[in-house]
Unconditional design. Structure first.
Length: 170
């Protein structure tokens, strides 16, 4: 399965190439982000207590309690900031439902976050597509592929090193 950011960025590249309307793509991405999180909120509100009672959730109870407490204290801004991190983006809507956050407040902050995230990711892809063409015209397609490969390898090395330097809980 392709992560959402990757799919949206690739969609932005396709929009830059004229294969899809950038406006339509942006609108669909934002709508899907907001609607998807609204479904997550409802799942958390209705099934959250049963899900949190599961054996898997009990293993992560401390983190769940911290996240729920943060949502209770910070409310909407926590929903907005969670949109910027993949893991938090996935669990925050359900936790907001479990925490009893008012849906209107959740929806408002979720909509702002979905708008910022969706438009931002589409634009990153759109600009990357334009940059790719510029690099390919300047150094040729082979040179552009080499530059892209070096960037990808560099990012992978950085990510692996960062992951290895993070202490693990024993």
């Amino acid at each position: 399965m392709v992560p959402a950011e990757t799919a949206v960025v690739l969609g932005g590249v396709a929009a830059e190439q004229g294969r899809v309307s950038v406006w339509l793509l942006g609108a669909l991405v934002v709508a899907a982000a907001v609607l998807g999180d609204s479904v997550g909120y409802e799942v958390g509100r209705h099934a959250g207590p049963r899900l949190l009672a599961s054996r898997i959730a009990r293993r992560h109870q401390e983190g769940i309690d911290r996240a729920t407490d943060t949502l209770a204290r910070k409310g909407g801004p926590a929903v907005l900031l969670a949109r910027l991190t993949a893991f938090l983006r996935a669990v925050t809507p359900a936790l907001a439902g479990v925490a009893g956050m008012r849906y209107r407040a959740f929806l408002a902050w979720n909509a702002v976050g979905g708008l910022l995230w969706g438009v931002g990711a589409v634009l990153i892809g759109y600009l990357a597509g334009a940059s790719w063409e510029s690099v390919a015209n300047t150094v040729g397609t082979t040179g552009a592929v080499v530059v892209a490969a070096v960037v990808v390898v560099g990012l992978l090395v950085w990510r692996v090193r960062r992951h290895r330097s993070t202490p693990t809980a024993a």
